[in-house]
Design a protein around this ligand. Structure first.
Ligand SMILES: [Zn+2]
Ligand SMILES: [Zn+2]
Length: 342
């Protein structure tokens, strides 16, 4: 059986429309796998980096041709013989962590997102810009029918990324947390930090992003400036120093400003590539990385989404418009999260 997919055969700028709608074979499932009919797949900036070749130096994609896309929700249409807990007709989601060894130290301790032999959806194996995808049972997360596809799909990358980063920032009732970068991930992080009763400051270069931050519950917002001294002064005057900062904005300057924005002993969670400036040990600040999340984090987040009314700002487009949508994302013209529907 064949299916339609937006296939990437050659890394190239998105303006040259490198994704081609192609008829390819449907994935064949192994005995522990599910065949999932994709309802929706979110469009992530990291898809753009992979397609344009920016992440070749990080080894992604590791195969070509490849079907990109790593925030997926859909219905199970076939199951392998050894599948036990998921049935045909169930609704599941797939996150960037496509699989891991389940045996190493990280996997045994619930930190499988750090596994050395992890496969990444749409980067080392085919992803969700297609009508179907296969996945092994342990890496599929059940999704309730009540969540709309364009709402549910983004939970599987920006959602989980935000969820684990907020956890890492150690939110609490008496703490002020700054969220640097208020796009697809940041607007979810703001809400999750609020659910933990922290005071939350949205921080971004873009006025419309600051507005988005306040519309989803940030207590206040501060514009990020190229002049980091001036920014710091404004933050001190308007809000005071932060207890924790979370950085989603992919820039060295944002990381530097975030580190300077926290009090001594404060926590900075970095979720992007970047440089850490000269480290002042005597301030006892803690800088830590955070990447996607574990399967347990994923289950917890889906539950929170179902129960809390978490908002996901998203826009749906047909799958065949993937090139156009990615070009708009590149030019910051997408409001919230773009989601492709096959
Ligand atoms: Zn993503
Ligand atoms: Zn492992």
């Amino acid at each position: 059986m064949n299916m339609q997919a937006m296939l990437l055969s050659k890394l190239a700028p998105i303006e040259s429309r490198p994704l081609k709608m192609t008829s390819v074979s449907q994935p064949k499932i192994k005995k522990d796998e599910l065949l999932v009919e994709v309802e929706a797949c979110g469009v992530c900036r990291s898809n753009l980096h992979v397609i344009e070749g920016d992440w070749k130096k990080h080894g992604a994609p590791s195969i070509l041709p490849i079907i990109p896309g790593h925030e997926i929700v859909g219905f199970v249409r076939k199951i392998g013989d050894s599948v036990r807990h998921i049935e045909i007709g169930d609704r599941v989601g797939i996150q960037p962590l496509y699989s891991s060894c389940l045996k190493c130290e990280y996997c045994r301790n619930g930190r499988e997102n750090l596994c050395e032999s992890a496969e990444i959806t749409g980067e080392s194996v085919n992803g969700g810009y297609a009508e179907f995808i296969s996945v092994s049972e342990p890496f599929a997360t059940l999704v309730p029918d009540s969540l709309k596809p364009e709402y549910a799909a983004p939970l599987f990358c920006p959602g989980i990324t935000a969820y684990k980063a907020v956890k890492a920032s150690e939110p609490d009732r008496n703490k002020t947390i700054g969220v640097f970068g208020v796009g697809g991930v940041g607007h979810i992080a703001i809400q999750l930090a609020k659910l933990n009763h922290a005071r939350v400051i949205a921080i971004s270069r873009s006025k419309s992003h600051l507005k988005l931050g306040e519309s989803v519950g940030a207590d206040s917002s501060v514009k990020l400036l190229d002049d980091s001294k001036q920014f710091l002064q404004n933050l001190k005057n308007e809000e005071g120093l932060l207890d924790s900062a979370i950085v989603f904005a992919p820039s060295d300057r944002a990381i530097e400003s975030a580190i300077k924005s926290v009090k001594k002993g404060g926590v900075v969670v970095v979720c992007v590539f970047g440089k850490i400036p000269e480290f002042r040990f005597y301030e006892e600040k803690i800088v830590k990385g955070s990447v996607i999340g574990s399967r347990e984090d994923m289950r917890e987040l889906v539950k929170i989404a179902e129960e809390s009314g978490l908002k996901v700002v998203s826009q749906a487009f047909p799958l065949r418009e993937a090139n156009k949508v990615l070009a708009e994302l590149k030019n910051s013209k997408v409001h919230g999260r773009a989601v492709l529907l096959p």
